[in-house]
Design a protein around this ligand. Structure first.
Ligand SMILES: O=C(O)CCC(=O)C(=O)O
Length: 420
């Protein structure tokens, strides 16, 4: 029998599911013919011979999440990792020698396959995301995760895109929460990582005295088995734990239209976090930068990044409006694509651009931004052909009375919660 014919969805059908579904889902029988199905740790130990960084954590049942800033790190080959798991740490030499297998877990997480296999590009084709309707998307656009039992990723949401996760070896348990549950998950940007918002709650052993609203969070759990593909919709929170002795998975984040605006939010967050955390002070000497971040960027770099993000958003908005009037009455998906690096051309938000623009305009009017722009004063100051946001502009936005009121309310809410 033709394996392709026995797949439950055509690429077009799978893509539409990914495009419109607002809940997590597991795809079955979509990967039977994917060569990456053979990427077990044994196999990877033969083709991935360079050392990679493993994150090490202690197996325990803490009521606080183990953030990446609190883990240990070692460099080891997959072969050394494999023998650590096989010997269960008995008579060990080498990079894992300080870590008893029964006490610790290890995780080579979030590894860009494009970097791992840069000298073996043929291997990229082992991962066939084109079966999900994303032509040309393969291992080059994916990350690899290799872990032992107990290896976990703290609960977080990804700011950009949605996610397809292919489980290859062993099983992983996913705990997912909808975006509407964000207040119940006590979001934090420390540790700071661009594109990840962490939860302060250890979702498997929550401290309900400290985080009472977590009681109301609506968890969706699934244990992902080898061969299955999990779809994680945009902004769903997730905590992930390996439940078998060895696990391997590969994922790919799929870009979405809304990422442009999210990029502005991320640039703002980075600018504020870096500015405040770079100030020497007694309460400012914690490990706040996630190890996945290279370094602390300067204020100048952050403002430049912010300006680029805003410009990309405005250019897109212009394109969308023009596209809409050119194709009046046509669905947006018909509009010629410009901004997506990959072919995600029909992968659009459900928001018609006009509705979004109207609500943006109303918001601007309410917050006084139109008046500013028309008067040519702060909000956005002119510079050359474009509109440059300066540090003063940014300060003005941040100390806007509405923002200050919201922050005041958040402070008071937390203090009241701590008191009760
Ligand atoms: O597999 C994991 O441990 C976490 C994966 C993850 O966070 C993601 O794919 O967004």
């Amino acid at each position: 029998m033709n394996i392709m014919a026995s797949k439950p969805f055509t690429p077009e059908e799978a893509r539409r599911i990914v495009q419109f579904l607002q809940k997590p889902a597991v795809f079955l029988n979509m990967t039977k013919d994917w060569p990456a199905l053979h990427w077990t740790v044994e196999h990877l130990s033969t083709c991935l011979t360079e050392r990679v960084r493993f994150r090490i954590g202690k197996r325990n049942e803490d009521m606080a999440p183990l953030f990446e800033t609190e883990c240990s790190y070692i460099e080891a080959t997959v072969k050394e990792f494999l023998s650590w798991t096989l010997n269960e740490g008995e008579s060990l030499v080498g990079p894992f020698s300080d870590y008893h297998y029964k006490e610790f877990w290890a995780y080579a997480d979030y590894k860009y396959i494009a970097q791992l296999f840069q000298d073996k590009p043929a291997i990229f084709q082992d991962v066939v995301w084109s079966d999900f309707g994303f032509p040309g998307r393969d291992g080059r656009d994916s990350t690899l995760w290799i872990g032992t039992q107990g290896a976990n990723t703290p609960c977080h949401l990804d700011s950009y895109g949605c996610n397809l996760v292919f489980q290859i070896q062993g099983r992983k348990r996913w705990h997912l929460f909808p975006p509407d549950d964000t207040p119940c998950l006590y979001p934090t940007r420390i540790p700071y990582e661009e594109s990840s918002v962490f939860s302060q709650v250890s979702v498997v052993h929550p401290d309900l005295k400290k985080f009472p609203a977590f009681r109301k969070a609506r968890v969706h759990t699934v244990t992902l088995q080898p061969g299955q593909v999990l779809f994680v919709p945009r902004h769903w929170w997730h905590y992930v734990e390996s439940v078998d002795p060895v696990t391997v998975s590969v994922n790919s984040w799929i870009e979405m239209d809304m990422d442009d605006e999210a990029r502005v939010g991320e640039a703002l967050t980075k600018t504020i976090v870096c500015a405040l955390k770079s100030v020497p002070s007694l309460d400012n000497n914690d490990h706040w930068l996630n190890p996945t971040e290279d370094r602390v960027s300067s204020h100048g770099e952050n403002m430049q990044y912010l300006n680029l993000a805003v410009k990309a958003c405005m250019d897109k908005r212009k394109d969308d409006t023009e596209g809409w009037s050119l194709l009046a009455g046509q669905p947006r998906a018909e509009k010629p694509e410009r901004n997506c690096p990959k072919d995600t051309s029909c992968f659009k938000s459900n928001d018609p651009s006009q509705t979004k623009q109207r609500s943006d305009d109303e918001f601007c009017q309410r917050s006084g931004q139109h008046a500013h722009q028309e008067a040519g004063s702060p909000g956005t100051s002119e510079e050359g052909a474009g509109m440059h946001i300066s540090t003063n502009d940014m300060l003005e936005f941040l100390v806007h009375p509405d923002v200050i009121t919201l922050v005041t309310r958040l402070i008071m809410c937390r203090q009241r919660e701590l008191q009760s």
